[in-house]
Design a protein around this ligand. Structure first.
Ligand SMILES: Nc1ncnc2c1ncn2[C@@H]1O[C@H](COP(=O)(O)OP(=O)(O)OP(=O)(O)O)[C@@H](O)[C@H]1O
Length: 616
């Protein structure tokens, strides 16, 4: 059995290494010793005060946004470790691939202590910044690592005992690190095993998320383990191997460096299994494995990265543009949010309610916290309650054994964005009102209420006052969330539509590609009713950038439904605008032979919007 270094032997090792300058072989593990040497070579001195400046505000917001997919994919495991961490006075930490902390949650007591040594979101825990520690050392070693008490390089970290495991994507790129940290004085026997187990599940999910739609081979030496997170997974493009999880590497002797170069026949002598049945496979060394294959459309050639592309929004979503009126509305909204006064954003579909909410959050004092967005219209009635409030294990059929914290608790310290609040079922409205009054969330199925602190932004396309008058929306909830209303104008009602179109054209790369919009085409674009608002406008311009048959876009290059609109319709009242939007929707539906999905795609609105707006 492996012997753990005692506090006495670690202290003796420190004296030899840091005071006498000799190598204390045998007193600490070689892994720790190697790390201490790297830190010293890197110029880190234990005699100097460690100065760490964690990212905060918008920098932290951007970081979280960039790694939103990683956080989402890790959520189930983090939730189950969170319950354990709270009970054992420790915390779960998720970091970006370079060791910068994205999230830390668990025991409030220990979170506070950890925060004093900068173990908190935005802080860089790479070895070169913080010295030997489980996160940074796991990144360098590319394996699970435990670092306890005085094994940490810097003395203030002696209070910590940490276990961390790197998360790899199916091409061998480091995607992040999962860590469990607690007091060094408490013995956390299973911490390393628990993070390893959690990472195994995360990597399995990451693999299926990246390659699950393509050709995948599941394999194991034990047929019973196929279909579990322990199985080996290989992804193929044609017969070329393009992805593998760690179990598959161990089972086949393949390495990530060989991806893209090795083919199925390089590894196996029997044909690629294609059915649902588990079959025996022979590899080139003559050993047997069991496998099940699934041959489908080839996967994307470039697997989706866990991080969003770069700090900007990439070419497909232009950076938001706000006119003077919107900028004024933004300032007002930020002031309301900072004063914790709830308000509602009201605007048609695609007017940028979510874009607006994200911008408000970014500029607000809660910008370093999370923005948790919930679309109340997108969940079936039974599910939204569990998603919002969380539940205790076994609360209902299909509930996860370990329960779930719920989105309201995830928004703690940040902002909750409730989109389509007007579609929230009445029963849920009562429960939600109680949360706002009591500032605490009680999970479904019992259990104590947990205090929560978040600001709220609500959004809807509905006329909430009319919904209240019709008895579909609770008046007391309405007054609670919509004391203030910020209205977002539809594109067709904006004063400077040509300016907006020119801005989007530039942002989408039209100008850089040497393309210009001709005067007549511009007039048609300005006059179009744009029922899908910014979403539809940006989509149309994007298509024109890509498909432009000439350097100057003429009317003849515009989509037929825009050309037909021609001159600006006479619009006097909002009712008139609604009618124009709806007639455009009906026309699109007729032109797509009643196919709602196709019509919604053409208009740049969601299917639910079409159903909603055209229902009798
Ligand atoms: N101010 C803006 N500047 C540039 N593009 C914008 C702006 N607002 C919205 N968009 C574009 O329109 C798309 C839709 O925006 P968003 O999802 O915020 O609208 P929404 O009002 O919440 O729509 P829905 O009600 O259908 O959910 C965005 O992805 C973005 O591409």
């Amino acid at each position: 059995m492996k012997r753990m270094p005692t506090t006495g032997s670690v202290d003796a090792a420190r004296r030899r290494f840091f005071d006498a300058g000799t190598l204390p072989h045998g007193l600490v593990s070689e892994l720790i010793l190697q790390s201490w040497r790297r830190c010293r070579e890197h110029g880190l001195s234990v005699d100097e005060r460690l100065r760490i400046e964690p990212a905060s505000g918008s920098a932290l917001g951007e970081l979280k946004e960039r790694f939103e997919r990683l956080q989402r994919l890790c959520r189930p495991e983090i939730e189950s470790l969170y319950a354990d961490a709270r009970a054992t006075g420790s915390i779960v930490v998720l970091t970006a691939p370079d060791g910068v902390i994205l999230d830390a949650l668990g025991s409030a007591d220990f979170l506070d202590k950890a925060s004093r040594v900068a173990l908190r979101p935005g802080a860089p825990w790479g070895e070169t910044s913080i010295g030997t520690n489980a996160i940074g050392t796991a990144v360098v070693e590319r394996r699970a690592v435990e670092v306890r008490g005085g094994e940490h390089y810097f003395p203030p970290h002696r209070m910590l005992s940490c276990a961390a495991a790197p998360i790899f994507d199916p091409t061998g790129q480091l995607a992040g690190v999962l860590d469990l940290s607690g007091e060094a004085s408490v013995h956390h026997t299973h911490a390393l095993g628990m993070v390893r187990f959690a990472v195994e599940q995360i990597e399995h999910r990451l693999f299926m998320h990246t390659f699950g739609a393509g050709t995948v081979l599941r394999l194991h030496a034990e047929p019973g383990l196929i279909g579990t997170p322990r199985e080996g997974l290989l992804a193929f493009e044609g017969d070329r191997i393009v992805g593998a999880n760690r179990h598959a590497l161990a089972l086949t002797g393949l390495s990530w460096d060989e991806l893209g170069r090795r083919r199925y026949a390089d590894l196996f002598t029997s044909p690629l299994p294609r059915g649902e049945d588990v079959v025996e496979l022979r590899n080139h060394l003559g050993t047997s494995l069991y496998a099940r294959g699934r041959v489908a459309a080839p996967p994307r050639s470039a697997p989706a990265s866990v991080a969003a592309p770069g700090p900007a929004r990439g070419a497909t979503a232009p950076a938001p543009v706000f006119d003077a009126e919107q900028r004024h509305a933004l300032d007002t909204a930020v002031r309301l949010l900072d004063a914790d006064l709830p308000f509602a954003l009201i605007g048609e579909t695609g007017t940028g309610k979510e874009v607006f909410a994200r911008e408000i959050h970014r500029r607000s004092r809660r910008g370093s916290g999370r923005l948790v967005a919930v679309n109340c219209a997108a969940f079936p009635e039974g599910l939204i309650e569990a998603e919002l409030f969380g539940y205790v294990g076994g609360a209902f059929t299909g509930a996860r054994r370990e329960g779930a914290a719920g989105l309201l608790r995830e928004a703690h310290g940040g902002v909750l964005f409730l989109d389509e609040i007007g579609d929230m079922p009445l029963t849920l409205q009562s429960r939600f009102l109680r949360v706002l009054q009591e500032r605490a969330v009680a999970p479904l199925g019992g259990g104590p209420a947990v205090p929560v602190d978040f600001s709220i932004i609500c959004a809807t396309h509905r006329d909430l006052e009319a919904e209240v008058a019709a008895g579909r929306f609770r008046a007391d909830l309405y007054f609670r969330i919509a004391q203030h209303v910020v209205r977002l104008r539809p594109v067709r009602a904006l004063d400077d539509r040509a300016g907006l179109i020119r801005h989007l054209w530039r942002a989408l790369g039209g100008e850089a590609a040497g393309l210009a919009i001709g005067a007549e085409a511009m007039a048609v674009l300005c006059a179009a009713p744009w029922p899908g608002n910014y979403r539809q406008l940006a989509g149309t311009l994007r298509a024109l950038c890509v498909l432009a048959p000439a350097p100057v876009i003429g009317v003849e290059h515009l989509p037929a439904e825009l050309r037909r609109v021609g001159a600006p319709p006479p619009v006097a009242a909002d009712e008139g605008l609604q009618a124009i939007a709806e007639s455009a929707m009906r026309r699109a539906l007729a032109e797509c032979d009643g196919n709602v999905s196709a019509a919604a795609r053409r208009l740049g609105v969601s299917r639910s919007t079409l159903y909603r707006r055209l229902r009798p």
